[in-house]
Design a protein. Structure first.
Length: 430
């Protein structure tokens, strides 16, 4: 698609869905080079305004604040919010209705996330929250001379059903992007050829790595991209050599979650800058990331434990931006499902259970573990249900064919583990 036409489509769509996008973008551009003190003052102001609103409009937090005798208007420093108890995804699910704001005037969208253990969460995301998140992405893309309407490759998800594949391709075309729908060598070669005319590539880090390996091993045409962005999974050191060789660029990191929004983005100097205008992030005694999103008015996300082990850095980046740096993320790790003759991205299990939720309205908490080549054990939380099991096996066959065999086992309840868990774990040595 012509870049001018792609931009027109993007801007017109934004006017409808995200009317505050460009005003938020301009505000973020004005604070991009602000001093540390200016950023911290803005952060505190936005925090206090948000928490005051939450106290008035969220039944859940009105009760929590009352219980701990917390008044947002009386705090003098942002560190004082650390008196508020941590929450996790289980609390967001269990207390979903009362956490939501009692404010019908907020324009909102329904957002969904399944998380790493498969636990499903649905919530309302207000327009300002959605637009600010997109504006933060726009500002970050500027660092690489990239615009979201530029032609790009997308390694996120696929659905083998022809009817849905056609719909996905149409939506992708309108956004000037394209993706892989299978991991065959021929498909990857065609994908690599299309990347030669693209500006950037984004998606799950393990999927980008797998594509890079195939390109390098088969000596396919190597595209030169302005930006290669890995997200949702840890970017392992081993990924970078393949990525640079295949795409002419290292894989940069984006860190965030559906519930928290975009938290940090890696600049060309190799540091991940935290968007403190819109959020606060710190670590607890276990080194886990605790985030508060100041734009989440419709569904307040306050002191949310992401489960990731992170390291924060007080040093300023040589790029000149005063935003604090997220030095290391240790909680996300991309892995591969090993079949008899071919491999699959670990995220394939996500789509198996996502389809069950969308097509059959089945929300399942699950974990998949592989201990031997060509075989995976899937654990389902709940009582044995043979009808559901048949539906699961149909989806597994749809994605994995005959490459893997599966045992499905049921557990009354998964053991609660504080650190972030993967929905798929491989115990096979690489």
């Amino acid at each position: 698609m012509d870049s001018k036409l792609a931009r027109i489509i993007f801007e017109n769509a934004a006017r409808i869905r995200n009317p505050s996008l460009w005003s938020n973008y301009e505000a973020l551009k004005q604070t991009e080079w602000a001093s540390k003190r200016e950023l911290e003052e803005l952060q505190f102001k936005n925090c206090q305004t948000f928490l005051s609103y939450t106290k008035q409009n969220s039944d859940y937090y009105a009760r929590v604040f009352r219980h701990i005798d917390f008044d947002p208007k009386k705090i003098q420093d942002i560190s004082e919010i650390e008196i508020i108890p941590e929450i996790d995804k289980e609390i967001l699910i269990t207390h979903n209705r009362e956490i939501h704001a009692n404010d019908s005037s907020l324009k909102s969208f329904i957002a969904e996330t399944s998380g790493t253990s498969g636990a499903a969460l649905s919530f309302k995301r207000n327009e300002q929250w959605d637009s600010l998140n997109r504006a933060t992405m726009l500002r970050s893309y500027d660092w690489y001379d990239v615009k979201p309407w530029d032609k790009n490759g997308y390694l996120w998800g696929y659905n083998i059903a022809k009817s849905k594949a056609l719909k996905v391709k149409l939506v992708d075309a309108l956004q000037n992007r394209f993706r892989l729908f299978s991991y065959s060598t021929e498909e990857i070669e065609g994908f690599a050829k299309r990347l030669t005319n693209a500006s950037f590539l984004s998606g799950y880090s393990s999927m980008i790595y797998q594509v890079a390996k195939v390109i390098n091993q088969n000596d396919f045409q190597r595209p030169k991209l302005k930006m290669v962005k890995g997200t949702s999974e840890m970017i392992l050191d081993v990924y970078q050599k393949e990525c640079i060789n295949a795409f002419g660029s290292k894989m940069i990191s984006e860190y965030g979650a559906a519930e928290s929004g975009l938290i940090a983005f890696e600049c060309p100097y190799g540091n991940m800058h935290i968007n403190i205008e819109n959020l606060h992030i710190n670590t607890n005694s276990k080194g886990e990331a605790i985030v508060t999103n100041f734009a989440s008015y419709s569904f307040p996300v306050i002191r949310y434990n992401l489960g990731d082990s992170i390291i924060l850095d007080r040093k300023l980046c040589d790029c000149g931006r005063s935003h604090p740096v997220l030095k290391d993320i240790q909680g996300r790790r991309g892995t591969t499902v090993i079949g008899h003759s071919k491999d699959f991205p670990a995220l394939t299990f996500y789509y198996v259970f996502k389809n069950l939720a969308l097509e059959k309205n089945l929300l399942m908490n699950y974990k998949a573990i592989q201990e031997q080549k060509g075989h995976v054990v899937i654990y389902i939380e709940g009582i044995t249900n043979r009808q559901h099991e048949s539906l699961i096996r149909l989806q597994l066959e749809r994605y994995f064919g005959g490459e893997l065999s599966f045992d499905i086992e049921y557990m009354t309840q998964f053991e609660p583990i504080r650190k972030k868990q993967q929905y798929f774990e491989s115990k096979i040595n690489s």
